[in-house]
Design a protein around this ligand. Structure first.
Ligand code: ADE
Length: 443
């Protein structure tokens, strides 16, 4: 399991590295370095579909804007994250990664990052909570100047157990809605001690990654785990934020009858007018075939719902934390639990009914599939790379706050993405610009 041991037991590996890289990377903790070959091929495959990140990497290689920085990332260890890490390293940074979820690591990617790209990695798919936090702390031991979170675990660990690091950290970035919510609540309570850039909130991030990325990859996760037919099913989506919208849209495209659960009246109206049924969780529990939560909140599906569900109902989550489905309550109702396929657990209820829980209630797109496709992660991670450069340039001039991604960065990424897709768009004429800035002209 442990790379340190593997290196000690396999001295021939040493010949693959420069002695300086080896000495350092020995510290990594990954599943199996022998997976590196597979990882490198898959990282390169994803890179072909990440042209914006590639453009940034080329510039970074020449100008080294991140020289001298250590960047600590708590991110899903995927092929797409690997291409971000390569880019940050090309910019001159030392990069250390741990997983942002115990089940989302692609072990082959971790291996290749260490072996082929000189990135420190502390992540093993299936690690328990203790190892997960050991890995978070190993990244922090390298004293990052910038933190890159997906869910906020680096920032929260620094603010609770590793306060000594607060003196040297310049700023952090946050990849996902859940993390941004956590940091805003820290800010409100005056607990946040360094500035954060909310990458999630950039238009070129959430409008694409959350909607099309989560939409496609969550369905992909359900299909890979179960091989069920979506057409004709009652498909219940908890939450109609950008992720829920994406999942509902794609399930509908596959022929499901989509039912949306929402607490926000405007979003509930929107879901209705988008053509979906909207109802309460209890109403949906009785008729749903497949349930997926995408709310960012806890206990969306609990015992009162499990009791009403049909035999054979499939339940999963695509929100950041495994709190949306109340698994302890499901366990309490079960008389037997068995794994029937990878990432599928059958809960046999005392009533004789079966409920299938996918991916232990963790984000199904990363647990059973490969996460969002590289085409959308290209924009998300272009935001991360350019925000790291922005933080370096701003230095300690950035006040403590949860900052939006600067508009110029967001727009630049959209322009680059369109260019790489070969799409040209019109420009406003001077007359049109003038019209838009005038208030006098009426009917
Ligand atoms: N979050 C969702 N999908 C992802 C991916 N492919 N890589 C990194 N983080 C992700």
């Amino acid at each position: 399991m442990i790379y340190v041991l593997f290196l000690k037991q396999n001295p021939f590996i040493f010949s693959l590295y420069s002695s300086q890289v080896i000495g350092d990377l020995m510290n990594s903790d990954i599943n199996d370095i022998k997976l590196a070959k597979e990882g490198k091929l898959k990282i390169e495959w994803a890179d072909q579909q990440m042209p914006v990140v590639r453009i940034i990497r080329k510039r970074f290689e020449k100008t080294k804007p991140l020289k001298g920085l250590t960047i600590g990332g708590c991110l899903h260890i995927t092929t797409e994250t690997a291409n971000l890490a390569r880019t940050l390293k090309a910019g001159g940074a030392k990069v250390a990664l741990c997983a942002s979820n115990p089940l989302s690591t692609q072990d082959y990617v971790a291996a290749s990052l260490v072996k082929d790209f000189g990135i420190y990695v502390y992540a093993i798919k299936g690690e328990n909570t203790k190892t997960y936090y050991k890995h978070v702390n190993q990244v922090l031991d390298l004293k990052p100047d910038i933190t890159m979170d997906d869910g906020g675990d680096l920032v929260s660990t620094i603010h609770t157990d590793r306060k000594e690091l607060l003196d040297t950290i310049i700023a952090g970035t946050e990849e996902t809605t859940t993390g941004v919510i956590r940091f805003n609540s820290m800010l409100r309570e005056k607990a946040l001690k360094y500035p954060i850039i909310a990458v999630n909130d950039a238009n070129t991030k959430h409008l694409f990654d959350n909607r099309y990325g989560t939409g496609q990859s969550s369905i992909d996760g359900i299909l890979r785990a179960t091989n069920v037919l979506i057409a004709g099913k009652n498909f219940v989506v908890g939450g109609y934020g950008w992720c829920g919208r994406g999942v509902a849209m794609r399930a509908s495209g596959l022929g499901a009858h989509v039912i949306v659960l929402e607490v926000n009246p405007v979003r509930a109206l929107e879901a209705t007018m988008d053509g979906f049924s909207v109802m309460t969780a209890k109403q949906a529990a009785k008729i749903g075939d497949i349930f997926i939560t995408a709310t960012g909140d806890c206990n969306i599906i609990g015992k009162e719902h499990f009791k009403l569900m049909k035999d054979g109902a499939i339940v999963c989550n695509t929100g950041h934390f495994n709190v949306e489905i109340n698994i302890p309550e499901l366990k309490a109702l079960a008389k037997n639990i068995r794994r029937v396929r990878p990432f599928v657990e059958e809960y046999l209820m005392k009533s004789g009914k079966r409920i299938f829980l996918l991916g232990e209630g963790r984000l199904i797109n990363l647990v059973a599939a490969e996460g969002h496709p590289p085409t959308v992660m290209d924009m998300s991670f272009a935001n991360q790379a350019l925000c790291a450069e922005y933080i370096k340039n701003k230095g300690d001039k950035l006040p403590i706050d949860v900052h939006p991604v600067p508009r110029e960065i967001d727009d630049k990424i959209a322009i680059l993405k369109l260019q790489t897709m070969g799409i040209k768009i019109d420009k406003l004429t001077p007359e049109q610009k003038k019209y838009l800035s005038a208030w006098e002209t009426g009917t």
